[in-house]
Design a binder for this molecule. Structure first.
Ligand SMILES: Cc1cc2nc3c(=O)[nH]c(=O)nc-3n(C[C@H](O)[C@H](O)[C@H](O)COP(=O)(O)OP(=O)(O)OC[C@H]3O[C@@H](n4cnc5c(N)ncnc54)[C@H](O)[C@@H]3O)c2cc1C
Length: 477
């Protein structure tokens, strides 16, 4: 049930088709230079399931089988389950420094979200509702990692949604399943996942054939993952402490008549499902917020490290910057805790309150660029006065680098290491890819604002104000 890192690597050698940006087909993602470091980083998380100290966080005793299983596939039934689940998010975030938005513990959330809206699915088909349970059991039994397949390909907006040539749709309905054709974009982590969970939640106006909820093994015949170009910088662990852990790959999934057996279908042509983004996605969005709250702790930790090695911590304006990053981290945590405290059951699944998740996410996304900017600001030239191990080893010049560039209480080499880390976190191409990810991976801020505006909880506040003023506008509404 619980894979080791090596078993995880072996499971990816399954005939999947990945088209790399240099035009080559990748025969083994676990050894390919663009993907292997990320595979190793994820493999280490699989190993943690077996290691004392982390196994308690990453696994739980499954009641159904009586065996230990990955907590990623545990259905949250109690507040303690949510807290334990968040601890797992902390583990993976600290391990990846938050630059992997789709760690293995994330991927089950679409399945759990489907379970939480099963009452909307069962009236159309009891079989589809049973398929959700079976998928969760399968994911747990196989310690599987799933990629989110949600967004639609970006193409000519003057063409109506229902006619877009690239939309993923069923082109043949067979007795035993559906045949899919089209594409899905930006599938983060798919290259090193086992399956993709397809949900049609960002496509208002989708035609019935494109209204699909199902899962697809990423080695399915006819499926090609077209990977984006690599963004990480080559270098040693000292030179690029974060980039050496690899980049989370994004890829366009091209479906060329991919067969999806009926047992993998959760919903098809059910119009009501198209409007359930926030209901179905609530757990995933909570996890995204929790991950960013832990990542912001790392940002605040980096800020403190910077000012201490530079000896700038007594400058009031520098302190203000560190405080702001620290307050950001605490603010995000507060939203996460409030969402858990007011969680409610949906079909037996305990789901954190969307109200705090959406408001927290808006705050997290809008302010993320500012946090990176504050880190850059307090770093000054440190971000470019960084030198390689070979330069430090270069005879007399290397010795002078060591002599001329020490930090406060630390050697030049140690200070260099701090800024190499901050570079990877805030400036490098992978940092920018991660910033793009944070900005839109689960809808851009505009969509969150629209959702908040549509929420009912302002109503009593508005009534209080109007009642106090004696203004009655009910007739006009
Ligand atoms: C690095 C990265 C990783 C990603 N990973 C995944 C993933 O794993 N799985 C997945 O499914 N998707 C993923 N995405 C895609 C992401 O979900 C979409 O980018 C996002 O939902 C926005 O959709 P779009 O890109 O199609 O934007 P478009 O619809 O093309 O719009 C472009 C921009 O126009 C603006 N805009 C468009 N429509 C509106 C509107 N109605 N109101 C206000 N503003 C609007 C927004 O600023 C928007 O960003 C990823 C994206 C990135 C950049």
């Amino acid at each position: 049930m619980l894979k080791t890192g090596d078993e995880y690597r072996a499971s990816l050698r399954d005939g999947r088709v990945v088209l790399a940006s240099d035009g080559s087909r990748v025969s083994d993602v676990t050894t390919h230079p663009q993907f292997r470091d990320a595979v190793d980083t994820v493999a280490a998380l699989y190993d943690m399931q077996h290691r004392p100290g982390t196994a308690e966080i990453a696994t739980y005793q499954d009641e159904g089988t009586g065996k230990p299983a990955s907590r990623a596939w545990q259905v949250p039934r109690t507040k303690d389950d949510l807290v334990a689940r968040r601890e797992l998010a902390r583990l993976s975030t600290y391990h990846t420094f938050g630059v992997f938005g789709r760690p293995p513990d994330y991927g089950s959330f679409n399945a759990l979200g489907l379970l939480s809206v099963a009452d909307r699915i069962a009236p159309s088909s009891e079989e589809w509702a049973r398929n959700i349970d079976a998928f969760i059991d399968w994911g747990r039994a196989n310690n599987a990692m799933s990629a989110d397949i949600v967004a639609d390909v970006q193409s000519d907006r003057s063409v109506p949604t229902a006619q877009k040539p690239g939309r993923l749709r069923c082109v043949e309905e067979r007795k035993d399943g559906l045949v899919l054709y089209g594409a899905k974009p930006c599938a983060s982590g798919a290259v090193h996942s086992h399956v993709g969970t397809v949900v049609t939640l960002l496509t208002p106006g989708a035609d019935p054939d494109a209204n699909l909820f199902c899962y697809v093994p990423l080695n399915a015949p006819g499926l090609t993952m077209v990977a984006r170009e690599p963004v990480i910088m080559p270098g040693t662990t000292d030179e690029h402490p974060l980039d050496v852990r690899g980049e989370e790959p994004d890829s366009l999934l091209v479906f060329d008549r991919v067969f999806v057996p009926s047992e993998h279908v959760f919903s098809f042509r059910n119009e009501e499902m198209l409007g359930l983004y926030h209901e179905l996605g609530a757990l995933a969005l909570w996890h995204i917020l929790a991950r960013l709250s832990y990542k912001s702790e790392i940002l605040a930790g980096a800020a403190q490290a910077i000012v201490e090695v530079l000896g700038t911590e007594n400058i009031p304006q520098v302190r203000d910057a560190v405080s702001e990053i620290s307050a950001y981290a605490t603010g995000l945590r507060a939203h996460v805790l409030a969402a858990e405290d007011t969680a409610a059951y949906a079909n037996g699944v305990l789901v954190p309150a969307e109200r705090y998740v959406t408001a927290g996410r808006l705050h997290s996304v809008e302010n993320y660029p500012r946090m990176l900017q504050l880190l850059r600001e307090i770093s000054g030239q440190g971000l470019i006065s960084r030198f390689s191990e070979r330069q430090f080893a270069d005879g007399s010049v290397g010795e002078m680098l060591t002599e001329f560039l020490p930090g406060t209480g630390v050697s030049a080499e140690a200070k260099n290491r701090v800024f190499n880390f901050v570079w990877d976190l805030t400036c490098g191409a992978n940092a920018m890819r991660v910033a793009l990810f944070e900005n839109v991976n689960a809808t851009p801020p505009a969509a969150m604002r629209a959702r908040i505006y549509a929420s009912p909880y302002r109503r009593p506040w508005r009534d209080f104000v109007l009642d106090h003023l004696g203004v009655d506008i009910s007739a006009a509404r």
